[in-house]
Ligand binder design. Structure first.
Ligand code: SF4
Length: 260
C-alpha cells in the first residue's frame, strides 16, 4: 500500500476532521496511577465487563496494596478470576507491587510524576506484565503525559490510513506513532482514533462512505475495503456450499443432505 507522506500539518488536519465528526476530546484523569496500572494489567486480553468487576473485588478484599502482597498468590488469583488468565495476572500484580515498593519505598507511583516521560515509560515496562500499551495508559490517563496507547482501534485505523505498516504490529506501532504525532496532539490522536475505530472504521469492514478521512486514507485508495468485502463474500459462498454438501447421518445409513 502506498503510504501517504504524513507530517505535523497533515496529522493536525486529520485530527481536525475527526473532531468535526466526533467532537473535541478532553483530558479527564480516570484513576490514580496505582489503580490505573493494576486495572490495566487485569484488562489485558479481556473486556471491561470482566476486568472491572475483578478490580473491584480485588480492592474490596484487600484494602491496601500491602495486603495484596501479603496474601498467597493463589488467593489473589482466585479473587481476580473473572478477568481470566488469573494465575498469570495475579503473579504480575504481586510482582509489580513488590518492584514498585523496592523502587519508591511505598506502594505508590506518585514519584514517577517527576520523571521525564521517556524514562518513566522505560521503567514501567520493567514491571512484570507491563508492555508499551499498559505503560502509556498509566502515563496518559493517570498522569496526563503525551503518550499514545495503541489498542486494537488505534492500530487498525493507523495502518488503514497509512500512518504505519500493518506488519509492524501493535507493540512496535507505539514507538512509530510517538515519533510521527506531535506531542501536543497525542491525547486527541489516541481518543479520536478509538472513537473512529469503534464507530466508523470498524473491523472487519469499515463504513468508508461515512468517513471524513476518506481523502486521506491509503487503504481506501488501494481498494482495501473493496478487496476485503469480495474476500468475505467468497468465504461466505464457500461455507454455504460446504454446508449444502455436508453429509448427515440418518437412520439406516449416511446420505448427502443436499437435495439440489
Ligand atoms: S476511509 Fe474507510 S478505511 Fe479509511 S479511515 Fe475511513 S473508514 Fe477507515
Amino acid at each position: 500500500m502506498a503510504a501517504r507522506r504524513w507530517n505535523s500539518a497533515t496529522i493536525a488536519e486529520m485530527l481536525a476532521s475527526l473532531e468535526r465528526s466526533h467532537g473535541k476530546s478532553r483530558y479527564i484523569p480516570r484513576f490514580d496511577p496505582m489503580d490505573e496500572l493494576i486495572s490495566c494489567i487485569l484488562s489485558q486480553h479481556t473486556t471491561d465487563a470482566h476486568s472491572f468487576p475483578a478490580f473491584t473485588q480485588l480492592r474490596e478484599r484487600y484494602p491496601t496494596w500491602a495486603d495484596v502482597v501479603a496474601a498467597p498468590v493463589a488467593e489473589v488469583a482466585s479473587t481476580v478470576r473473572l478477568a481470566g488468565l488469573s494465575n498469570q495476572k495475579a503473579k504480575n500484580i504481586v510482582g509489580s507491587l513488590q518492584k514498585i515498593h523496592e523502587q519508591f519505598g511505598d506502594y505508590s507511583l506518585e514519584l514517577l510524576r517527576t520523571w521525564p516521560t521517556a524514562e518513566a515509560m522505560v521503567w514501567l515496562q520493567t514491571l512484570p506484565g507491563v508492555g508499551p500499551k499498559t505503560a502509556s495508559i498509566v502515563l496518559c490517563f493517570a498522569m496526563g503525559r503525551e503518550t499514545i496507547p495503541v489498542d486494537t482501534h488505534v492500530f487498525r485505523v493507523s495502518w488503514r490510513l497509512g500512518l504505519i505498516k500493518e506488519e509492524i504490529g501493535e507493540v512496535k506501532a507505539h514507538g512509530v506513532l510517538m515519533k510521527l504525532v506531535p506531542r501536543e496532539l497525542a491525547f486527541p490522536f489516541h481518543t479520536l482514533l478509538i472513537q473512529h475505530g469503534r464507530t466508523v472504521c470498524r473491523a472487519p469492514l469499515p463504513s468508508c462512505e461515512k468517513c471524513d478521512l476518506a481523502k486521506q486514507c491509503a487503504w481506501l485508495k488501494s481498494d482495501g475495503p473493496g478487496k476485503r468485502q469480495r474476500e468475505m463474500a467468497r468465504t461466505r459462498k464457500r461455507s454455504i456450499k460446504a454446508r449444502k454438501a455436508k453429509k448427515v447421518e440418518v437412520p439406516g445409513g449416511s446420505v448427502n443432505d443436499s437435495k439440489n
